[in-house]
Write a protein that binds this ligand. Sequence first.
Ligand code: GAR
Length: 201
Amino acid sequence: MLRVCVCVSGGGTNLQAIIDAGKRGELGDTEIVRVISNNPGAFALERAKNAGIEGICVSPKEFENRADFHKALLSAINEAKPDLIVLAGFLVVIPEEVIRAYRNRIINIHPSLIPSFCGTGYYGLKVHEAALARGVKVSGATVHFVDEGTDTGPIILQKAVEVKEGDSPKVLQQRIMEEAEWQIMPKAIRLISEGKVKLGE
Ligand code: GAR
């Protein structure tokens, strides 16, 4: 069984998509064992609770410095004994100690077709604002492994989504979530659980 720990910061619609896919039996032999939020007010924690999944908050505000926060985050992850860490809208830069401890076992969803509109400063609505400002006609989402860079790890799945005339950042964000993110993240988890995607050892 693939033990999955999901890290979130906000609304948690990607977490919900993963939970729902699991209920439909679409994640293979997978269990979401813990949800970790850096934000105590994240609605994602409610979603975890409603699904009977343990949800905990590790907020940087509870710690004197970043190093202590990073330590606590790593402990919260370790306690869950995950085989895979899924970043589903987790807006914390992953500390190097977590990347080292879980190399090739962390995946992230990014709301654009990497390498466009990614890297430092590109998160949430900012990604869609930048895509619209550039006038692209197609955007989408990417699931990738996480390495030390920002959005630089190997790509697992991507899905393109049409940008329509008159789209606002919010409208485009919603279409990309519905047509791409909520589909490719569960699919990537299933592929990993089936051993069909794997990176080094
Ligand atoms: C999603 O669109 C996700 O792709 C994005 O944050 C949103 C979280 O929504 N992630 C990033 O921008 C990471 N760089 P959710 O909480 O409803 O899943």
